[in-house]
Design a protein around this ligand. Structure first.
Ligand code: UT7
Length: 326
């Protein structure tokens, strides 16, 4: 039995100003707006400007999330950033955010689970908060995927975008009036390293000494994605004692509209319950879940008291899901 319950306190997002359309991409590689829209649902993606880094996007998202929570950096004693595209090999983006926000207590570190990174970071924060090891966590997914794309490879460069999303979580005693069933209710993490070659980056500090480029066997990843995501969602719901039909909103990782629809079909989820931002953002890796969550809160779909299931799958493979009552 946990001593504390992890409560949702606020959400914030940041997208770079520059938008790259499918038509613009068609002048860069052999592709077309119709191919990209039909196969992925993507219409456009945001790209970081020259000199604009992952920590720049993460900081803006974090400040917005704290504002929405009605909290200040002084309240924060844990920062976890999920990213595959840090500004530097070290220090971590989380340490940089801590410094920029003027926080001098608590802990800050990055987690690396690629597109599943936000679910891994949220789960890690939940464990810290539940055990009383922190009182207020900033959980951030932030990426500049554009920096690791091979802009001559049409099979990958049309898919990804840049952005950041941040969630503030606080620890509350579960006995407090009316909050027993609120906050993070259950999380589920998986990985299987046998599939590393299907989605990877072909460089790194201790192998090539370069940053490398993203490589993906897209259609093989697609098949694993639908199966593993559906499995993690139903396992999580069973563990939490919740019926899939009772979940108000599904906030999936935004890799491909066809994956979202395939999973929804498999679990008989009405598509109106699935938050989709893939058309406007593309795949922003660890940022995609909090970006989609933020949009659905801003436009009034996700409300206080709603039951929300988040899920993702990414390189590794890693995958997982988290159930939250807002
Ligand atoms: O975020 C982490 C998880 N990532 C994912 O979940 C991504 C999963 N994969 C996918 O979303 C899809 O597999 C893709 C969108 C990447 C590709 O769609 P697909 O329907 O699986 O296409 P495909 O890879 O089987 O390729 C079909 C054809 C190929 O041509 P041939 O060999 O049939 O002549 C490709 O060369 O489409 C071609 N193609 C393109 N054509 C125009 C691949 N990329 C493009 C492109 N424009 N950008």
């Amino acid at each position: 039995m946990s001593e504390f319950r992890t409560r949702f306190a606020g959400i914030g997002a940041c997208l770079p100003d520059r938008i790259l359309t499918n038509d613009e991409l068609s002048s860069m590689v052999d592709t077309s707006d119709s191919w990209i829209r039909e196969r992925t649902g993507i219409r456009q993606r945001h790209l970081a400007a020259e000199g604009e880094t992952t920590s720049d996007l993460a900081e803006r998202a974090a400040r917005r999330a704290l504002d929405q929570a009605g909290l200040t950096p002084d309240d924060v004693d844990l920062i976890i950033v999920a990213t595959t595209t840090p500004d530097f090999t070290f220090p971590s983006v989380a340490s940089m955010i801590q410094g920029r926000l003027g926080i001098t207590r608590g802990a800050a570190f990055d987690v690396q689970a690629v597109c599943t990174g936000f679910i891994y970071a949220l789960t890690t924060a939940d464990n810290f908060l539940a055990r009383g090891q922190a009182k207020c966590a900033l959980v951030i997914g932030a990426e500049t995927m554009s920096r690791i794309l091979d802009w001559t490879d049409r099979t990958t460069c049309v898919l990804f975008g840049d952005g950041a999303g941040a969630m503030v979580l606080t620890a509350e005693p579960p006995a407090d009036e009316g909050i027993e069933d609120r906050g993070v209710l259950a999380t589920y993490l998986r990985s299987d390293g046998r599939y590393k070659d299907l989605l990877h980056v072909d460089g790194g500090p201790s192998s090539t000494g370069t940053v490398g480029h993203l490589r993906m066997a897209g259609n093989q990843v697609f098949r694993h994605a639908v199966t593993n995501i559906a499995e993690s969602m139903s396992t999580l719901a069973t563990q939490a004692g919740v019926d899939i039909a009772d979940i108000n909103w599904f906030v999936p990782h935004q890799a491909n509209q066809r994956i979202l629809e395939g999973v929804a079909r498999k679990l008989s989820i009405p598509t109106e319950k699935v938050i989709s931002t893939v058309a406007d953002h593309g795949n922003t890796s660890a940022a995609s879940v909090p970006l989609a969550f933020d949009r659905a809160m801003q436009d009034g779909r996700i409300k206080s008291g709603d039951l929300v299931l988040m899920e993702a799958l990414g390189g590794g493979f890693t995958w997982g899901a988290a159930l939250l009552r807002v």
